[in-house]
Design a binder for this molecule. Structure first.
Ligand code: PEP
Length: 264
């Protein structure tokens, strides 16, 4: 995803749906996408780990023209091996185009920058795009404090990737996508102000590795708020949206798609 591409929407379904429901929702989205001229390549779907293969094969077999991408919600920080329950990044090759890493719902379970950085490095090795989530915790913080918090988080992730013997410069050139997701905005119905998102985008892009990284915003986006985030220029540009709750219904997802100009 380049900085000048049309907006990308990533639908994060979390663990809301059973695999059969995920396939059905993917089918309904694709049918609506065909009817509403969804821009090819503008939508990516992140089903649960157990629904990933079925959703990917449905979209590629029956709706290839829409180029809907498939995203894993996490991967292992380790190489393949004797690690019960883990999903190594290299096992996602051919299934997922990208992986969401460091979502706040995973950080809340103890995942830190070091582990997230290791996952980033594994994804880069596997040729899968890492979507690195960064987000401040306090709804009452100032924009300056938010910027400091997310820059700190980024440096923690970078150190984690570097600890795996990756050159920091190599990490920078590897197509990382950043998702700014203030934790207080997720699922709360209180999205961040577009000015805050622009300030955070500028702060992150002042980090040497992120100067040209695409940046998404996520946190209570709906059809009314979506257009206020996407676009802008220079270091404040926002390239797309990470969508949780509103991606679970075809109608609300397409209200967002229409608002940002990737469907009718
Ligand atoms: C998320 O959890 O990534 C998210 C953006 O959720 P929501 O849109 O529901 O706030």
């Amino acid at each position: 995803m380049s900085g000048t591409a049309s907006p990308r929407l990533i639908a994060n379904w979390k663990a809301n749906l059973a695999p059969g429901e995920e396939v059905e929702l993917a089918r309904q989205i694709a049918l609506r996408g065909s009817a509403r001229q969804l821009a090819p390549g503008s939508l990516l779907i992140a089903p649960s780990a157990i629904g990933l293969v079925a959703v990917a094969s449905l979209l590629r077999r029956e709706h290839a023209e829409l180029k809907i991408g498939v995203v894993a919600q996490d991967c292992s920080s380790d190489d393949p091996g004797a690690r019960t329950g883990e999903i190594p990044a290299s096992h996602l090759i051919g299934v997922a185009d990208a992986v969401i890493l460091g979502h706040s719902e995973r950080r809340a379970r103890g995942e830190d920058g070091r582990a997230i950085g290791a996952k980033v490095a594994r994804c880069i090795d596997a040729g899968i795009v890492p979507i690195v989530c960064l987000g401040d915790l306090d709804a009452r913080a100032t924009d300056v404090e938010r910027c400091d918090a997310v820059v700190d988080q980024w440096r923690g992730v970078l150190a984690g990737a570097a600890a795996l013997q990756r050159e920091e410069a190599a990490v920078s050139t590897s197509g990382i996508i950043i998702a700014y997701e203030p934790v207080w905005a997720i699922g709360s119905g209180r999205p961040a102000r577009p000015e805050t998102v622009a300030a955070v985008a500028r702060a992150l892009r002042s980090e040497a590795e992120l100067t040209s990284a695409p940046l998404l915003y996520g946190g209570s986006v709906d059809g009314k708020s979506a257009a206020g985030y996407v676009g802008g220029s220079g270091a404040e540009r926002v390239d797309g949206l990470l969508i949780g709750g509103a991606s679970l219904e075809v109608e609300s997802l397409f209200q967002i798609a229409a608002a940002v100009g990737v469907s009718r």
